[in-house]
Design a protein around this ligand. Structure first.
Ligand code: BGC
Length: 283
């Protein structure tokens, strides 16, 4: 094998998901596009019934619901702004009424409002913190209340519930021009770890996934021209952009009993972005 020529294949492997989540009920926030969409569909493929949360774009959410139902699982769309305490409470009430209970929460909804720091408005700051961080708090709190109420059902899972927080490599990597976003992801790291520590005695597992550059609408300008893609690749040792399915496979594993002893961990799925590739030739 030639070890000096870099591999340039840009596609991710096909999604092959075993039915590890049969009988479980999941809620995925921000599930109408990007990473959330792929995670919701993969959880359905793994056998879970899935509540598809979204805030705008009914059609896209309905498409995700249809894709999950086509695989034989139940699915329903729920419109709610995760930064609204009232809307989150209503959504959880409706999801639990429809599915009976909840076993898995994927706290995925997130957005960016990028701006150079001196010009950043308080609104840009609040929008990002409210959705990315407060939204995860509000949804995790509702999920934990249901997990504690119901407890472990051994036929379903050896845990009383699982929460997966969608973080980012930017919980570690500083990001100029994105102070609000990086702050929200740094906050998610310690929210996740503190919650994991508090809930572990109840057999509720809380973990995070830190995606790197994934081909989704949030970062289109980073990959949709050959020049942008080439420049992005200087940050990715593995030499390809991530696909939403790369994250979806990790989420299925973290939600399943296959990862039962994994508690309070952040799983980086980033093609090596956090290895600081500049140091491969510098430093
Ligand atoms: C951001 C993307 C970015 C990636 C890597 C993600 O958390 O949402 O815009 O491309 O991190 O920098």
């Amino acid at each position: 094998m030639n070890t000096t020529t870099p591999v340039t294949r840009s596609t991710a492997p096909p999604l092959l998901i075993p039915k590890t989540l049969k009988g479980q009920r999941a809620l995925v926030t921000g599930a109408n596009s990007g990473i959330g969409r792929a995670v919701a569909i993969a959880l359905g493929e793994a056998g879970a019934d899935v509540a598809v949360n979204y805030v705008t774009g009914d059609q896209a959410a309905n498409d995700v619901v249809a894709a999950i139902r086509a695989q034989g699982a139940s699915a329903e769309a729920y419109r709610a702004d995760v930064s609204s305490e009232e809307q989150v409470a209503t959504m959880f009430r409706e999801v639990i009424a429809r599915f009976g209970t909840l076993d898995i929460l994927v706290n995925n909804a997130g957005l960016q409002r990028d701006c150079a720091f001196p010009a950043m408005t308080l609104e840009q700051w609040h929008t990002v913190l409210n959705v990315n961080l407060t939204g995860q708090f509000l949804c995790a709190r509702e999920a934990v209340r249901e997990f504690l109420r119901r407890g472990i059902v051994p036929d379903v899972s050896c845990a009383a519930g699982k929460i997966i927080c969608m973080s980012s490599v930017h919980q570690e990597i500083a990001w100029a021009g994105h102070a609000n976003y990086a702050t929200s992801k740094g906050g998610i790291k310690l929210l996740m770890e503190s919650l994991a520590q508090e809930m572990a005695p109840h057999r509720i597992r809380v973990n995070a996934i830190a995606p790197g550059a994934i081909r989704t609408p949030i970062n289109t300008s980073a990959w949709n021209t050959p020049e942008a893609y080439k420049s992005l690749m200087t940050l990715v040792p593995y030499g390809r952009i991530g696909e939403p399915e790369d994250i979806a496979r990790a989420a299925v594993w973290l939600a399943s009993d296959l990862s039962d002893y994994v508690v309070g961990t952040t799983l980086f799925v980033d093609g090596g972005m956090t290895l600081y590739p500049g140091f491969a030739t510098g430093g």
